[in-house]
Write a protein that binds this ligand. Structure first.
Ligand SMILES: *Cc1c(COP(=O)(O)O)cnc(C)c1O
Length: 369
């Protein structure tokens, strides 16, 4: 059989590892999939009812302009329709941003470790991912990122809060950074977890979009809104960029059901915010348990926690899996666990002392400093 002629640069892309699927219910009961930062709450009845109402129309293509949803978002953010660009999840929006700004050999700059999709999508766009290590305390190193800007830099991604570490950027810090980025380079603030970020001095992406002509914001309905399965997210982007993003978007990539679910969710925001508040309380409970067990976690402002376990990561992931918690391990670095339903969080809390004990004593002391 002859080899197929494929793009050779694809060899540089590691395959995406999806969050482990939950095994069949009867295998081990109950197993919690806390590997993908999904919202543990079931969809709101008002949302499922709105979707059910639209089912009779799925023989038609969705409306590409998404007029109704776009109008709601324009009203909310005080922007024009051209500034709102939807995607099949904000991961598609990030992909649009990359393909609209960077081509062969251009550089896309972001912190690392950060969202796993960034390097893959950058490579798929033919661009070169430039990954700037996080600081020792798991935060964006904005000075190093600024220093890494070159003539080839086309796009900078700032993930706030950062997936998977949960760390955040302060207002003053971001402002200083943006003031130093050449104005022809697009900067995207990926705010997938913005609703969980209760940091007092948190920058609000949309305000930076208003102040800097090169700033765009990426939002998703997958996390706080609990619509991960519907695949819908959006960018708020400057006009020139908005026009370009539409050119690289997947035609009809956002279904009518997804648009409907998003509108219904925006209308039910009070209910959703109450859920977010519960998850934030749960997050603090988990963090407190690990701190008490002697493992200091970076301050998380997402719906997940990062356990910096270094060499003990795989052993901890196995221990957790044996107890029915499927987490996202990054061997040698740490693991990410979603703050989920109380029962799952309870199990994680119960295992905190055993997990902390897996870390070599010297490492535990370092981590707790
Ligand atoms: C989950 C996530 C997204 C968006 O996911 P979609 O489901 O594609 O909307 C974007 N950025 C980060 C950092 C995420 O963690």
């Amino acid at each position: 059989m002859s080899e197929l002629r494929l793009r050779e640069d694809l060899n540089a892309i590691p395959g995406y590892t999806p969050g482990k699927a939950a095994p069949q219910a009867e295998t081990v009961a109950p197993v919690f999939k806390v590997s993908s930062n999904e919202n543990p709450y079931p969809p709101l009845p008002s949302v499922t009812a709105a979707i059910a109402d639209r089912l009779a129309h799925i023989n038609r293509y969705p409306e590409t302009a998404a007029t109704a949803l776009t109008a709601v978002l324009c009203e909310r953010f005080g922007v024009e329709p051209v500034n709102v660009v939807l995607g099949s999840g904000s991961v598609e929006v990030v992909s649009q941003l990359m393909r609209a700004t960077a081509g062969e050999g251009d550089e896309i700059l972001f912190a690392w470790r950060s969202f796993e999709a960034y390097p893959m999508l950058a490579r798929a766009a033919g661009a070169v991912p430039v990954m700037v290590p996080l600081t020792d305390d798991h935060r964006h190193d904005l000075d190093a990122m600024r220093a890494a800007i070159t003539d080839r830099t086309r796009l900078i991604l700032v993930c706030n809060p950062n997936n998977p570490t949960g760390t955040t950027i302060g207002d003053a810090e971001l402002d200083r950074f943006l003031a130093q980025v050449p104005p022809h380079i697009v900067v995207v603030i990926d705010e997938a977890y913005v609703q969980f970020n209760d940091r007092d001095d948190s920058p609000v992406g949309i305000e930076y979009f208003r102040r800097y002509p090169n700033v765009a914001v990426a939002h998703t309905f997958s996390k706080a809104y609990g619509l991960a399965g519907m695949r819908i997210g959006y960018a708020i982007a400057p006009e020139q960029l908005g026009i370009a993003l539409r050119k690289v978007a997947i035609p009809f990539g956002v279904t009518d059901l997804a648009q409907t679910a998003a509108i219904a969710s925006l209308a039910a925001e009070d209910e959703l915010e109450a859920r977010v508040a519960e998850l934030v309380l749960e997050r603090e409970r988990v963090v407190a348990a690990f701190t008490a067990a002697g493992l200091a976690l970076p301050e998380s402002k997402g719906n997940f926690v990062w356990l910096p376990l270094g060499q003990a990561t795989s052993a901890a992931a196995e221990l957790l899996e044996r107890h029915g918690l499927l987490v996202r391990p990054f061997p040698g670095e740490g693991l990410r666990a979603t703050v989920a339903e109380p029962e799952a969080n309870e199990r994680l809390i119960a295992l905190a002392p055993r997990i902390a004990a897996l870390v070599a004593p010297a490492e535990a002391v370092l981590a707790s400093r």
